[in-house]
Design a protein around this ligand. Sequence first.
Ligand SMILES: Nc1ncnc2c1ncn2[C@@H]1O[C@H](COP(=O)(O)OP(=O)(O)O)[C@@H](O)[C@H]1O
Ligand SMILES: NC(=O)OP(=O)(O)O
Length: 318
Amino acid sequence: MEMKNRKIVVALGGNAILSTDASAQAQQDALKSTAEYLVKFIENGDDIIISHGNGPQVGNLLLQQEAANSEKNPAMPLDTCVAMTQGSIGYWLQNAMDQVLSDRQLDKEVVSLVTQVVVDENDAAFKNPSKPIGPFLTQEEAEKEMQQSDAVFKEDAGRGWRKVVPSPKPVSIKEHKVIDQLVEAGVITVTVGGGGIPVVQRNGQVEGVEAVIDKDFASQKLAELVKADLLVVLTGVDNVYVNYNKPDQKKLETVSVSEMKQYIKEDQFAAGSMLPKVEAAIQFVEGYPEGKAIITSLENIQGVLTEEGGTIITADKA
Ligand SMILES: Nc1ncnc2c1ncn2[C@@H]1O[C@H](COP(=O)(O)OP(=O)(O)O)[C@@H](O)[C@H]1O
Ligand SMILES: NC(=O)OP(=O)(O)O
């Protein structure tokens, strides 16, 4: 059954933007294909709020900043780099969505919003950098980098070594009311890009801090604040699995919060890849039991339209 007129937060995973080629053209091309999928929500009559990651992009931007750093042309701090990636990826997404909407003769506006996400300055994450950004290095290259600077590198889910930065949890989203107004006005809104620009509130002022927020948690916070019907986390797999990549792997379809928590206890989801998605899904439906969360791939958007595909996380029955 097709579900319609839903308010949906769609979080785009890394493969929706960048696979191997980090050039602007390749990322724009990838987002054109992504937009072809996303437009299906609009054709279905849903309102969407789009969020996206920035791990590879913000890490690459930091390297560019460091390479050009001089007194006259100083490197920008990490919060500003996050804002810069919100701008570039938001521009590409707006452009890609505009193109597909116009091809389909759909009369819809798309905007991307520079979004500040409030974090707690005492979040333990500031003392324990964990969010991988930028390119993958070999262990040898990472160790050399660590000897030469204060940067921390860690192994990223079996894929290589990457620079890691603090990733505090989102507490609130400064612009959430205006996001809701945009959605109510029928505007497709790109927001909390790269997890949002991390800011803290000090003496009544908002100040940027050097961190990268996980976009799945920022999307969950957004879905909670705008009371979304659905949080859709799009990634590289159609479903979440237990015993993933083992001969007895099992696809998860509709799963309650309690069942998911049990799987977390059994260590079924890799930290830094599937675990934050599952945790974000749980937090959303726990905080807003009217909502549901779906973890699936872009290619399986049809399953999201019918709410019959992907891994669907629902609140426990009262
Ligand atoms: N239990 C699991 N079930 C399904 N996928 C898993 C599981 N554990 C780890 N993964 C991996 O996690 C990936 C999603 O994480 P990642 O690629 O880091 O996210 P993103 O799409 O946000 O960039 C999946 O594509 C899959 O390869
Ligand atoms: N900010 C963030 O979570 O980015 P990635 O999804 O690209 O890691």
